[in-house]
Design a protein around this ligand. Structure first.
Ligand SMILES: [Ca+2]
Ligand SMILES: [Ca+2]
Length: 157
């Protein structure tokens, strides 16, 4: 017993508390835990942004919202696909807002030259996605176009 107490005293208490909290939270089957959230990587592609939003809500979550470089790395480490972010500038051009909180994005990871609203295109680009190959973000047309395959990651807080 003394040995156990001695061993415990050498461990970092906050670290133990985090383990305990994470252990009691848990995630549903097929959802992956990262920090305080659970994520599911759906086996879907070519999904319009709005459909992805509806899909995630139907599963009891919301669209992927990436608020730190650690979270961005986590997502990139689990997929090479392009995935929609729950982030758009539909209301005010250039003002990127998370869909679940209506708060402007603080952390961003835009690719060089993005978001560009696709200046050559008449309707602009108002929905953001994460490029699976680079982890960078880009804005895109919310209605997916031929030749693009967007997939869906949902998140619960
Ligand atoms: Ca835009
Ligand atoms: Ca763009």
């Amino acid at each position: 017993m003394r040995d156990i107490l001695l061993a415990m005293s050498k461990l970092n208490l906050p670290f133990i508390l985090i383990l305990v909290v994470q252990g009691t939270l848990g995630c549903p089957n097929d959802w992956i835990q990262f920090e305080e959230s659970c994520y599911v990587f759906l086996d879907e592609s070519g999904i319009p942004w709005t459909s992805a939003k509806v899909m995630c809500e139907a599963l009891g979550g919301s669209m992927l919202e990436v608020t730190s470089s650690e979270e961005n790395d986590f997502v990139k480490s689990h997929t090479n696909e392009n995935v929609w972010l729950g982030l758009n500038d539909m209301v005010r051009e250039g003002q990127w807002v998370w869909v679940s909180t209506h708060e402007q994005a603080v952390y961003t990871n835009w690719a060089p030259g993005q978001p560009d609203d696709s200046h050559s295109h008449e309707s602009g680009q108002d929905c953001a996605y994460l490029e699976g190959s680079t982890g960078h973000w880009d804005d895109h047309w919310c209605e997916i176009t031929a030749g693009w395959s967007m997939s869906v990651v949902c998140e619960t807080k």
